[in-house]
Design a protein around this ligand. Sequence first.
Ligand code: DLZ
Length: 212
Amino acid sequence: MVPCSYDPRGTGCYHALSSWQLARPLLYSFRTSGQINLRLETSQAGTDQATFSARGFRFAIVASRWNDALVSRLIDGARDALAKLSADQNAIELFRVPGSFEIPLCALKAAESGRFDAVICLGVIIRGETPHFEYIAAETTRGIGAAGLKTGVPLLFGVITAENEDQANDRAGVKLGNKGFEAATAAVELVNLYREAFGTEPRPVGVARGRS
Ligand code: DLZ
């Protein structure tokens, strides 16, 4: 197992697993071959115990520059997850925006471009002295959700909203996993689920399919 860069205790992928994976350890297992075995709690035709991989899918990462040191670790986490799941490196495009408030529109444009099977949104919003936090966090969350529903493209919420820098640090790979890794893993799960359940085929390389 390849140790993660944000795995301070050197226990392989353990810290990279999200809390929901840790809470349901029997449902998920990592393989070094870059695939995850997915065993759903309730039987679902086609996806029960299916193995999922990122190979052949295309991903956009939309990441803010505000709190860049932390966001960079989320980007590393997302890239790490996609690499572990065998994504083609040239199938991942990174878009940087000034702050989290700008993530939803860029994510919407990426989703509408028809070039991506999933859009992974990464940012870090830390509560400050002003009410800015509430407005930015609420608008970012609402906007990302709305863009996903509007386009039908899976948009993943890898935005940390924290009371302070320590909390944000913990969620960017120190104590409580890495939100970028979690969001990217969820993206791969979803594109596989939608292909299995609804026949949504991966975006062909270099071909925009327009709005979903
Ligand atoms: C203005 C602002 C503040 C106060 N805090 C954050 C933050 O914690 N995280 C973040 O991603 N962005 C922050 N921003 C910037 C806004 O998201 C936005 O980029 C600016 O208001 C410009 O529209």
